[in-house]
Design a protein around this ligand. Sequence first.
Ligand code: AFP
Length: 337
Amino acid sequence: MDHAADAHRTDLMTITRFVLNEQSKYPESRGDFTILLSHIVLGCKFVCSAVNKAGLAKLIGLAGETNIQGEEQKKLDVLSNDVFVKALVSSGRTSVLVSEEDEEATFVEPSKRGKYCVVFDPLDGSSNIDCGVSIGTIFGIYTLDHTDEPTTEDVLKPGNEMVAAGYCMYGSSCMLVLSTGTGVHGFTLDPSLGEFILTHPDIKIPNKGNIYSVNEGNAQNWDGPTTKYVEKCKFPKDGSPAKSLRYVGSMVADVHRTLLYGGIFLYPADKKSPNGKLRVLYEVFPMSFLMEQAGGQAFTGKKRALDLVPEKIHERSPIFLGSYDDVEEIKALYAEE
Ligand code: AFP
C-alpha cells in the first residue's frame, strides 16, 4: 500500500458506499442488507469506543461489581451484547439472533422482524480485556427462507448457507473484515471521520505460511494427527524451515494475522474437550467462510467446516483453518488415521 498517497486520498470508499455498490449489481435488491450492515457497523463503533476507554470508564471487571459511584458496573462483554442486540432488533431487518452471551436465541417481535438471522459473539477474547490485548466481534448472517414463525431451526444450518460473515478487531486500529460471498474486504475505522474506509480490498491468504497458531499447553491431550502436525511445524523433515509459533488467545487477532500473513490457526479436539472449544455458529462458521473466500481452507478434522450442520446453537467443533496448502497437510494426516 502507498501510505503517502493514502494520506492524500480524497475518494474514500466507506463501507456503506462499498455495500451500496455491491447492492447495485442486484436490481431486485431493496437495500435490506445495507441497512442491517449499518446497524452492525454502529455496534462495532460503539464497542470500539468502549474498549478504547475501558480502563478510563471503569468498564473492566466482573459484571455485578459496584463502582466507586455505587453504580452497578457492566462488564464489557455484557455491555457489547446489549448494544448489538438492540442495534440488530432496531434495524427492523432481523428475526432470529444468537449471541454467545445469551443461552437462548432471541426472537424479534413481529412488528420489527426482517429477513435476516444473525449469529454473533459480541466480544470474543474477553479474558484478554483486562490486559489490553486485541479482542473482537464475530458475526455471521443467514437469510430467513420462509414467512412462518421463526424458530432456532432457522440458524441451525450449515455455514455454507451463510450469506455474509465478518469480524471487527479492536486492536492497534479498529478493523472490520467482511465477506458477502464475493471475496474478503478489510475496512479500517478512521476515528476522525467515524467511518470505516476500505483499506484492504480483496484480501487473499498466501497459499502457504510460516506461522502456526495453537494453545500448545493442551499438547498432552491432543490426538495423533494434531500432535504429528505440530511436530512437523517445529521439526520439518523435508528441509523446509521450521514454522514460527504465534498465539494471542483471541480468535479474531489470531485469525486476522493468519489471513494477512498466511499459516494455520488450530483449536483441535483434545481428551478434555472432545469437540474443541470454539463455537460452531459464531466462531467456526464466520471465520471458515472468510478463509474460504480468501482462498484458504477450514477443516474440522473430519470434514469441510462449512458443511457441518449444528444441532444446538452453542455447539462446539475442532477447527483447523488458514492457508490452503497448510490445511491440506493436516487433512492428509487425518486421512491416514
Ligand atoms: P475468551 O473469550 O474466554 O477469552 O475465549 C476466547 C476464545 O473463545 C477464542 O477467542 C480464542 O481463540 C480461544 O478462546 C482461546 O482459548 P484458550 O485460552 O483455551 O487457548
